[in-house]
Design a protein around this ligand. Structure first.
Ligand SMILES: CC(=O)SCCNC(=O)CCNC(=O)[C@H](O)C(C)(C)COP(=O)(O)OP(=O)(O)OC[C@H]1O[C@@H](n2cnc3c(N)ncnc32)[C@H](O)[C@@H]1OP(=O)(O)O
Length: 422
């Protein structure tokens, strides 16, 4: 465990210290709130998973929390400790407080039987040193009103309804469509508490930045079932050349191509609007394939989930593989030495979903590939190629042919993504 400065200590944070905990994050993230917002936005903390560093005066100097996520991975799900709310008071930075919290987070997650941790990084440079690998990207696109989509059979038969978002009314349907749309996509973390299901729909006036209240558009089939939804607001702009408003979308999710087509046909043709800003989308989202003119959109690629394998053999055996493989991985891991060494990963009989399960065991056999646990985290969800990482000098092939077969086996045919930041 990494040492803390003299007089500092790690403490659990009970709900009774909520305000102190949040005050540290306000200072660390430079954000403010107000009573109206606090009353509307539900607290998502799980209070047995909140920790802090207390300074010698008993005040909180640094904080973090985690969420118990069930992380979709190729071929199944894995218990995941989702690190979040990490902050050190600006006047207490660079004394090793985060490093001590990370060691504690790893130990506590392992003790709970969580073989992986994942996070969204506030800054790209923070977490690689701790063995987290950037495991996938998301893309946001800026589209012009009227951007054309390729035809999709069945789209015309679907209908749309528009309403002002209402957490009490909409959270169940949003959750159901979100779950259905994400089936089979690694990283697509569902919202497993009422607080999270409400959180996606809340609309404090302070968050509107001059735009209208949060709206929800739903796409319905002939039976009335919801096949897609988008949460969005419009911001008007009366420019010299005429109305040039912007549609800002918080989340847009559809269960199939027809529903995607109907949903985006609506969003791309709202009167008085000139620009449509998408939310975080998977890099292979259906919308991108339906655009007639992909060059007409302005994409922005950002790192999405970062993944840390805490228990390498359990994590690797917890996911499926896209092809048969028998490979010895020689892993380095300075923070969690139990992971270091050679692991033989051998796949078994193909499952109904097309993936191959694997057994993973320590071995003294020669290594086929050498890599750090960070690169294993990057490849874990199937969104980064081990072969590409090798080209960057981050993975080394020891046995000719091993890189290709391992790279193919680790990749997912569907791009990983998580649609909301936790
Ligand atoms: C999952 C999430 O919650 S992401 C949110 C992260 N939080 C934020 O970005 C809020 C603003 N920033 C902060 O609160 C703090 O600067 C933190 C939490 C990022 C770092 O906390 P500290 O207690 O200062 O970190 P600590 O002293 O343990 O530093 C550990 C190492 O990381 C490095 N490091 C820390 N933060 C950064 C950064 N933002 N960029 C680059 N390097 C960093 C330090 O230089 C140090 O390097 P070294 O080991 O080579 O000396």
């Amino acid at each position: 465990m990494s040492p803390l400065p003299d007089g500092y200590r790690l403490v659990d944070v009970p709900e009774s210290r909520k305000d102190e905990f949040i005050a540290v994050d306000h200072l660390a993230f430079a954000f403010d709130t107000n009573a109206e917002t606090d009353a509307l936005v539900p607290i998502t903390f799980e209070w047995d998973r909140t920790q802090a560093v207390e300074d010698p005066d008993g005040g909180l100097a640094a904080v973090h929390a985690s969420y118990a996520h069930t992380m979709p991975v190729p071929g199944g799900t894995v218990a995941c400790s989702g690190l979040t709310w990490v902050g050190t008071r600006p006047d207490q930075r660079r004394r090793g407080l985060l490093t001590a919290m990370i060691d504690s987070h790893f130990a506590r997650s392992l003790a709970r039987g969580e073989p992986i941790s994942a996070l969204f990084a506030a800054e790209h440079a923070i977490y690689g040193r701790y063995g987290y690998g950037s495991a996938c990207d998301d893309v946001r696109v800026k589209l012009s009103r009227g951007a054309a989509l390729r035809d999709v059979a069945g789209s015309d038969a679907l209908t749309v309804r528009l309403a002002t978002a209402d957490p009490a009314r909409d959270s169940a349907l949003v959750d159901a469509v979100h779950r259905a749309a994400g089936a089979g996509r690694p990283g697509w973390t569902t919202r497993d508490s009422d607080a999270w299901r409400t959180r996606v729909l809340v609309d404090p006036p302070a968050w509107r930045e001059g735009a209208e209240p949060l709206r929800i558009v739903t796409v319905h089939d002939a039976a009335g079932d919801v096949r897609a939804y988008a949460l969005f607001r419009r911001k008007d702009n009366w420019a010299e050349g005429g109305p040039a408003g912007t549609v800002k979308i918080r989340e847009a999710v559809a269960v199939d191509a027809a529903a995607t087509h109907r949903l985006w046909s609506f969003l791309l043709d709202l009167d008085l609007m000139a620009t449509v800003e998408s939310p975080m989308l998977p890099v292979d989202d259906v919308l991108l394939h339906l655009l007639v003119d992909q060059r007409g959109v302005v994409p922005k690629l950002t790192d999405n989930l970062w993944v840390r394998l805490l228990d390498v053999p359990v994590a690797l055996a917890g996911r499926g593989y896209s092809a048969p493989v028998d490979v010895v991985l020689d892993v380095t891991d300075t923070r969690l030495p139990a992971n270091a060494g050679r692991w033989r990963l051998t796949t078994g009989v193909q499952q109904d979903d097309g993936t191959y399960p694997a057994e993973v065991a320590a071995t003294q056999d020669d290594a086929d590939l050498t890599l750090d646990v960070r690169e294993l985290g990057a490849a874990y969800l199937g969104g980064r190629s081990l072969a590409a990482l090798a080209r960057a000098g981050l993975v080394t092939e020891q046995t000719p042919g091993a890189l290709r077969s391992a790279a193919v086996a680790f990749l997912s045919p569907v791009a990983p993504v998580c649609t909301y930041i936790w």
